[in-house]
Design a protein around this ligand. Structure first.
Ligand SMILES: [Zn+2]
Length: 257
């Protein structure tokens, strides 16, 4: 278990990466679960290798799809460089899921009984800079006269607690469904099984980033969940990114009418 405030060392690098920061397209892409990397000092959190590489550590394929979307949409992309096992940046610090003691079938020994100092240190090292970076990006764009559409990109496991999931792409929203409605309409009759607020929804606490950065400011927003078997390789990532880019563009156009 970590027990020091300096969770990230210079060798680890920054918590946050911002790519294509000068992009002029309307979309701001966010990928909270982009990475399975753990800070050097975190060790393995007491987990076996299979868990450290599984969906409990990250959203496989989500960063690759985000990068393709960033190119196609000329969009800035902000992603977390460390695993959600150490801090899940789509959860507020007070949520038990921010530093989970258990994820699906795995107990996470390195997250058991964390004290206030450790929780604070992880929050300060990983969560705060990540969300500060998103805020700063949105504020700078506004100052430059650019409106922003917040799109967060995730992937989910095809089998959860032993149960297969049929949904292929989830379009998730909180109280502002404008963009999600437009994407769902654009998806009708298309090649993928696309569902609203699936396999999770706002009641599961997954819309934290939307609630933090989009809802208070009136930015169009959506959270996208892609079943990770569809984006396991370059070909799948390209197909899904192209598909999502069209849905996003059509939905933005529909919202502007
Ligand atoms: Zn995710």
């Amino acid at each position: 278990m970590l027990s020091r405030p300096d969770i990230l060392t210079p060798a680890d690098g920054a918590a946050v990466a911002v790519e294509n920061s000068a992009a002029s397209g309307p979309v701001v892409l966010v990928c909270e679960h982009a990475s399975l990397a753990l800070p050097e000092r975190a060790g393995d959190l007491g987990l076996p290798a299979e868990a450290l590489e599984s969906h409990i550590a990250w959203d496989p394929g989500a960063l690759a799809v985000s990068r393709l979307l960033s190119q196609t949409l000329d969009a800035v992309l902000i992603h977390q460089r460390f695993s959600r096992l150490i801090y899940d940046c789509n959860r507020p610090p007070e949520s038990p899921a921010a530093m989970p003691e258990k994820s699906e079938i795995y107990d996470i020994p390195g997250n058991r009984d964390l004290g206030a100092a450790e929780r604070y240190a992880r929050t300060a090292a990983l969560y705060v800079p990540f969300h500060d970076s998103i805020s700063a990006t949105l504020v700078a764009r506004e100052a430059a006269g650019l409106s922003s559409v917040l799109v967060t990109v995730h992937s989910f496991t095809p089998v959860y607690f032993g149960k297969p999931r049929a949904v292929e792409i989830g379009i998730l929203h909180d109280s502002d469904s404008r963009l999600a409605d437009g994407m769902l309409e654009a998806a009708e009759g298309g090649p993928f099984r696309v569902e609203r607020n699936a396999p999770y929804g706002p009641d599961d606490g997954v819309t934290h980033s939307l609630r933090l950065h989009a809802l208070p400011h009136g930015h169009l927003n959506v959270m996208i969940e892609v079943r990770n078997d569809l984006i396991a390789d370059n070909i799948g990532q390209g197909v899904v990114a192209d598909y999502l880019a069209v849905l996003i563009q059509n939905a933005i156009t529909a919202c502007q009418k």
